[in-house]
Design a binder for this molecule. Structure first.
Ligand SMILES: Nc1ncnc2c1ncn2[C@@H]1O[C@H](COP(=O)(O)OP(=O)(O)OP(=O)(O)O)[C@@H](O)[C@H]1O
Ligand SMILES: [Mg+2]
Length: 582
């Protein structure tokens, strides 16, 4: 057995780098975080060959003195914390004093930096540890070239230039999202890929995610004790086929946290089907002492002291927004970006650049959310809602092709998908009534229908479940089933179609426990078949009754599949169609 001996320094750093520096994007993340920690207001990123050949990040932050430069590249040297107490309340991105040292162990690194009061800049070469005077404005430029030049095994794991660039772009997007006040540019192989001017939060969200996201976004704003949540949650109609548009931040730090993703997903559970993923940008703020950020090498996971409480808070906050009846939906439908009024601004945007030397500073309180709140609060005036009018959806005018209801409200024209809206109302009511005791209508004359062997078997196997749902279905002959009771809410629908759909749904399931695991799905089937069919003509009073029900039903703005149930066309939108007033 060989003797135990200490590892050489470079090897220690290379091993550490294995955790921190997974690919060019991880280098970029560390460099942008450092620039933000240094109070930069402008960050320019230049990449070559997906960042493998070159990553150059220039900022206008506090800069470093000549003496700071070697320390910046030394392991376990940081200006951001000085004690365990600091670590437990850390509000800067960095705290380990490890990123630059790790990067320098696997790439060629030069740092050029100048503080505001220095007569000129200093350039420091990590490999030779030489410094030389240089010409540059106040701020820092870090160049990372030839990633993994000395660790070829790792280089093999890198993907194509396009993939590595895409990861870098993701990193920049995430940072830009949470710091709209900072201007960013991104250049790849000499081509400008992004140019983001300093902006407020809604504007930055639009720059990064596009008009369509913003048109579907509803403001989220909640506060409970020490927890605050702000941002945007997109209506289910905007659901995506991937999770790419899910941005969750904890105290300004982008995280991929299972607990938070789960809480948000739960909030959409009732309005989003199957393979679709919700889209959102959410900023959670809490006491830094209540969350541990030091649990993952790339700091993309966190641990909450009160995980359950955080889950509940996020779930309810998002769910409330999605469930809010019509007044809020109107803001989205009218095409005006909805802007939350925001939390009361606490500090004037950002703290001044924090570090001018390696002296220890009191960690500042996380400025991120305050900024977001401010952006919310003073950007666009709050959208006027029509809460003042008695009936937001107005009054029915007519039915169109047996599918849509046309109604008039103070804004203009309202179009309602009659079946989808009614289905949603029934679904919500069925859920409520199932929570209490489903009211059952005994049918004086049972409804008979010819049943298949499968339907027979299903009726028999699931008799208990059917009873719980408010149905009594039993044999009435060798090839006939009789429906003898249905829930009161559905008694006006097509009972045979309803019974068949339900039996088919149940047939696929083992009899035991089906009601616990699939109740909402079954209620969905019931609602779909109980709802008015297309081409059934409705009288004006019937249509008005439907509008009034929509106004008071939670989540009535989207059907069970996440599609909208109604849209608003304002007079000005109609005017535009006819080019009036041009
Ligand atoms: N762009 C910059 N502007 C000013 N100072 C910087 C910049 N980048 C790094 N520094 C200084 O160099 C030090 C080391 O940076 P490094 O990223 O290695 O560690 P850290 O940010 O302190 O912690 P972490 O390893 O968690 O990122 C920082 O603490 C900071 O003082
Ligand atoms: Mg750092």
């Amino acid at each position: 057995m060989p003797r135990i001996q200490p590892l050489p320094d470079l090897l220690i750093s290379q091993i550490a780098a294995g955790e921190v520096v997974e690919r060019p994007a991880s280098v970029l993340k560390e460099l942008i975080e450092n620039s933000l920690d240094a109070g930069a207001t402008k960050i320019d990123v230049q990449l070559e060959e997906g960042g493998v050949k070159l990553i150059r990040v220039a900022d206008d932050g506090s800069g470093m003195t000549r003496d700071d430069l070697p320390l910046a590249l030394a392991r376990h040297a940081t200006s951001k914390i000085a004690s365990l107490a600091d670590l437990e309340r850390v509000a800067s991105y960095g705290f380990r004093g490890e990123a630059l040292a790790s990067i320098a162990a696997v790439a060629r690194v030069t740092v050029t930096s100048r503080t505001a009061d220095a007569p000129h800049a200093w350039q420091f070469d990590a490999a030779s540890a030489d410094s030389a005077p240089a010409a540059q404005a106040a701020g820092t430029v870090i160049v990372v070239a030839d990633l993994y030049f000395n660790t070829p095994a790792r280089r093999k794991f890198l993907k194509t230039t396009a993939t590595e660039f895409a990861h870098c772009d993701d990193v920049l997007t995430r940072m830009a999202q949470v710091r709209p006040d900072v201007a960013f540019t991104l250049t790849h192989n000499g081509q400008v890929k992004r140019r983001l001017a300093s902006a407020d939060f809604p504007r930055r969200a639009r720059d990064l995610l596009g008009d369509e996201f913003l048109a579907h976004a509803r403001p989220v704003e909640a506060m409970a004790g020490p927890l605050r949540l702000a941002g945007y949650a997109a209506l289910p109609a905007y659901a995506r086929s991937s999770r790419a548009e899910q941005y969750f931040y904890v105290n300004g730090r982008f995280v991929r946290d299972k607990l938070l993703v789960h809480a948000a997903r739960q909030a959409y559970a009732d309005v989003l089907h199957g393979a679709h993923h919700p889209a959102y940008v959410l900023f959670l703020e809490l006491d830094p002492a209540a969350v541990d950020v030091n649990v993952h090498p790339a700091k993309t996971e966190v641990r909450f002291r009160d995980a359950r409480g955080v889950h509940q808070f996020v779930f309810h906050a998002v769910q409330r927004v999605l469930a809010a009846p019509l007044a809020a939906a109107h803001a989205a439908a009218s095409g005006v970006p909805p802007v939350p009024r925001g939390f009361p601004p606490i500090t004037p945007t950002f703290a001044p650049p924090r570090q001018t030397s390696f002296a220890v500073h009191e960690p500042n309180a996380a400025p991120y959310l305050d900024f977001v709140s401010q952006a919310f609060s003073d950007a666009v005036p709050p959208t006027p809602t029509f809460a003042a009018t008695a009936h937001p959806l107005g009054y029915a005018l007519a039915q169109l092709h047996g599918i849509y209801i046309l109604a008039q409200n103070t804004e203009g024209l309202v179009l309602v998908d009659m079946h989808a809206a009614h289905e949603r109302i029934l679904y919500e009511r069925l859920k409520t009534s199932a929570n209490n005791q489903t009211e059952v209508q005994q049918l004086l004359v049972p409804v008979l229908f010819a049943a298949s062997a499968g339907e027979f078997a299903s009726a028999e196997a699931h008799a208990d479940t059917l009873a719980t749902l408010g149905f009594a279905i039993s044999p009435a002959g060798p090839q006939q089933l009789a429906v003898r009771a249905v829930p009161v809410l559905l008694s006006g629908g097509d009972i045979v179609a309803l019974a068949r759909a339900l039996l088919a749904d149940l047939a696929a399931q083992p009899a035991s426990r089906v009601i616990e695991t699939r109740r909402n799905e079954l209620l969905g089937t019931m609602a779909c078949h109980g709802a008015v069919r297309a081409h059934r003509s409705l009288s004006v009073p019937e249509m008005n009754a439907l509008l009034r029900q929509m106004e008071t039903t939670e989540r009535a703005d989207q059907c069970n599949h996440g599609r909208p149930t109604w849209v608003q066309l304002s007079i000005s939108e109609l005017d535009r169609l006819f080019m009036r007033g041009r």
